[in-house]
Write a protein that binds this ligand. Structure first.
Ligand SMILES: NC(=O)c1ccc[n+]([C@@H]2O[C@H](COP(=O)([O-])OP(=O)(O)OC[C@H]3O[C@@H](n4cnc5c(N)ncnc54)[C@H](OP(=O)(O)O)[C@@H]3O)[C@@H](O)[C@H]2O)c1
Length: 316
């Protein structure tokens, strides 16, 4: 038991931690949970790098953090998770500018967008939420190896309950597109990525954690029509779900907990929610992780497919 729960905030979770000397790299750092994660980590002394695709939005987010903490060590870097060339350039720039990354928070995401494709022709949600982070993490790998904390946090979602990854057709080339099946698939992929990262690199001290932050009102719902929003609320507030909105500091707390909790040392490959490790649950709509998201064989197969699609290999 962590001593924290669904109402815990970033500042409460990090209160006992001195993050001086650690570099934290947060994707999607210009908005919502990513910005709050960066703010809270900087407040504990971390050197924080906010990554996003829009330099002006990043500057605004960094400015907002500095406004509350004038001595915050905040830097920004641009990269588009929907374009492999941009991620290669972002990785090269990061390797030139920074000596290490201690905590990588793969937080950026897009939800339930119309059927669109990334610059490389991947379906946008699978391409951005999973393949983009798969590629970026590889480009940042030497910095993670050089870090001391060596934790990777991948933002997933309870929406992973909606769909497993279709390993035969992840880009919806031979099936009808559904924005929620796509989001669910991508969020399952975020868990499977954590499972295979842990299997491959846990023995060398690099650990990966998947996180469901809760339900938080951020910019994530930008693609929802009124009808989609109503259907989503009907689904998440089903009688057994116990749903309640979180504030942004409560929502980002589980990312901060997974990145720093001493009780998680050496114990990655897990799915966390409400600041604890979730149990496998194949029925409940109110929590838990589906068994298919932790399946090691499917995680290995997704890794292989991700290498093939991106043309990127990790160190053996
Ligand atoms: N909010 C929730 O209720 C909830 C629930 C479950 C899981 N999550 C997960 O939590 C994470 C953070 O979401 P949030 O709620 O904080 O949403 P948000 O406010 O919309 O933030 C998402 C961030 O991702 C960035 N992003 C999107 N596409 C990108 C791309 N191609 N390249 C680089 N950055 C990109 C956005 O940048 P722009 O501003 O440039 O678009 C933004 O900074 C997501 O992974 C989401 O799936 C959230």
């Amino acid at each position: 038991m962590s001593g924290f729960g669904r109402e815990s905030t970033t500042d409460e979770v990090l209160a006992g931690h001195d993050l001086n000397g650690l570099t934290v790299f947060v994707t999607g750092g210009n908005s919502g949970l990513g910005q709050e994660t960066g703010r809270a980590m900087a407040a504990r002394g971390a050197h924080v790098v906010l990554m996003g695709r829009d330099a002006a939005k990043l500057a605004e987010a960094a400015g907002a953090i500095r406004a509350g903490q004038p001595d915050a060590q905040i830097e920004t870097i641009t990269g588009d998770l929907g374009a492999l060339a941009s991620l290669a350039a972002c990785g090269a720039e990061a390797r030139a500018r920074f000596a290490r990354i201690d905590l990588l928070i793969n937080n950026a995401g897009v939800m339930a967008c119309p059927f669109e494709h990334t610059a490389d022709g991947f379906e946008r949600q699978f391409g951005t939420n999973h393949l983009g982070h798969f590629a970026l993490t590889a480009h940042l790998w030497p910095l993670i190896v050089a870090g001391s904390a060596k934790r990777i946090v991948n933002l997933s979602s309870r929406a992973h309950h909606m769909a497993d990854v279709d390993l035969d057709d992840p880009n919806f080339e031979r099936r009808a597109y559904d924005p929620w099946v796509s989001y669910g698939q991508a969020k399952t992929a975020n868990v499977l990525f954590s499972v295979e990262l842990e299997r491959r690199y846990g023995p060398s001290g690099i650990h990966a954690y998947a996180v469901h932050p809760g339900g938080i009102e951020t910019n994530l719902g930008r693609h929802l029509t009124d009808a989609m929003r109503a259907a989503l609320m009907a689904r998440v507030t089903k009688s057994d779900s116990g749903f309640a909105w979180k504030t942004i500091p409560q929502g980002a707390a589980t990312s901060c907990w997974a990145a720093t909790a001493p009780e998680l040392a050496g114990a990655g490959g897990v799915y966390c929610e409400d600041c604890h490790v979730a149990a496998v649950d194949n029925q409940s709509s109110g929590g838990g992780v589906r068994a298919y998201a932790l399946d090691p064989a499917r995680a290995a197969r997704l890794w292989q497919i991700s290498e093939e699609l991106t043309g990127i290999s990790y160190p053996v």
